[in-house]
Design a binder for this molecule. Structure first.
Ligand SMILES: *Cc1c(COP(=O)(O)O)cnc(C)c1O
Length: 375
């Protein structure tokens, strides 16, 4: 695929991850258009904003007026606060050992068990805070993290007359919003969530925010948007289904350059353990990235393509720690030419599928060694 000349791009002189804030704005606007104007939008920026750059992404989304951020761990929230993010931040999976800093940095915990709740209350009391905002997470069938519905009375007893905390939200997480074969199960999860919300409202006697949908939930179950939705993958440009993918733009493009070309005579091999053998004269190009950058060995052995001057070139042999070799026999190219690994022009979905994995794993696995360039 040929890039439009008008597209503003960074020129690669080494391996870079280009982060396109215009694409981010576009995706945010698209996803917002799928929900009611009054529904709050929580942008999920855990894991370095899905492998990109959490602070750059969060700052841009904060400027766009996003209502909330979510991270997985307390440390990720602290990075945002230290970088000047003032928007509320939910910590999805806080650990007890970090409760004190969670409070110091004004992060909101997702509380998912009785023991976590009582520990949090203890820390909140010790620190002398009042009405500290917390979210209660319920398990509705993902069976990963969350209170069960029948723990509501015990939760109620624990927080009764506690001045230190304030339950401001009830949430759950869905197992299969992107899977049309699982609509019955998703509907069951949503019914369970609805029942929990009703009981919780009766117990807490004050209005709490309810939130349950992830990106594919926004697309496929908009009726369950409640007060807020949580989107991760969508804001980075992937919608888990082709008709949404075409509406979104990839925020991340991983590119590199050709370090060296080799003409391999028939019968010679390429790379460690000689896993590629040339059965005819072959021209290869060596690229400066490898499994230490997050492009694992599963991408080797001719299964996966990259883009060289608009043409697909196979990754051959074993992927090395810091290098990848590709077959450019039939492609006009020279040392220094740019190579797109995935992103604009070559979908991360397509790339990750060749290794039987998903875009989520591919992009969050990109190493911090790769230079991030914001455009
Ligand atoms: C990661 C995560 C999300 C975001 O999911 P996407 O599919 O990337 O939109 C939402 N909610 C919870 C609880 C998560 O852990």
């Amino acid at each position: 695929m040929v890039q439009s000349k008008r597209m503003k791009m960074a020129k690669a002189e080494e391996t870079i991850l280009e982060i396109d804030l215009k694409a981010l704005s576009h995706n945010y606007t698209f996803l917002r258009s799928k929900i009611k104007p009054e529904t709050k939008f929580m942008a999920v920026v855990k894991a370095y904003a899905y492998g990109s750059d959490s602070l750059a992404i969060a700052k841009h989304l904060q400027d766009l007026g996003v209502d909330y951020f979510a991270v997985a761990y307390v440390n990720e929230g602290i990075v945002l606060r230290k970088g000047g993010i003032t928007t509320p931040i939910l910590v999805l999976h806080p650990q007890k050992v970090h409760f004190q800093s969670l409070i110091e940095y004004q992060l909101e915990p997702s509380i998912y068990s009785i023991s976590i709740l009582s520990d949090f209350i203890t820390t909140a009391n010790e620190m002398g805070v009042t009405e500290y905002p917390i979210h209660l997470k319920f398990n509705t069938g993902l069976n990963r993290l969350g209170f069960s519905a029948n723990e509501l009375p015990e939760i109620s007893k624990l927080i009764h007359q506690q001045q230190s905390i304030n339950v401001i939200a009830i949430l759950s997480h869905l197992a299969a919003t992107e899977d049309p074969n699982e609509t019955d199960f998703t509907t069951l999860q949503l019914e369970r969530f609805n029942a929990i919300c009703k009981k919780a409202d009766a117990i807490f006697k004050r209005k709490t925010l309810k939130h349950v949908l992830n990106t594919s939930g926004i697309i496929n179950y908009p009726y369950a948007q409640y007060d807020m939705v949580r989107s991760g993958i969508g804001i980075y440009g992937y919608g888990n289904e082709p008709h949404i993918d075409i509406e979104l733009q990839p925020v991340m493009t991983l590119k590199t350059i050709i370090s060296q070309k080799h003409t391999i005579p028939s019968g010679e091999s390429v790379g460690y353990n000689r896993k590629y053998s040339a059965n005819t004269e072959t021209i290869t190009a060596t690229l400066p990235l490898g499994h230490a950058d997050g492009i694992g060995r599963e991408y080797g052995h001719g299964k996966t393509f990259v883009l060289v001057n608009g043409h697909k070139a196979r990754i051959i042999g074993n992927v090395c720690m810091d290098m990848i070799m590709i077959d450019v026999t039939s492609i006009e190219c020279k040392e220094g030419d740019e190579v797109i690994i995935f992103g604009k022009g070559l979908s991360a979905n397509e790339f990750s599928e060749t290794a039987n994995t998903i875009t989520y794993e591919l992009i969050t696995g990109l190493s911090q060694r790769i230079k991030r360039i914001i455009i």
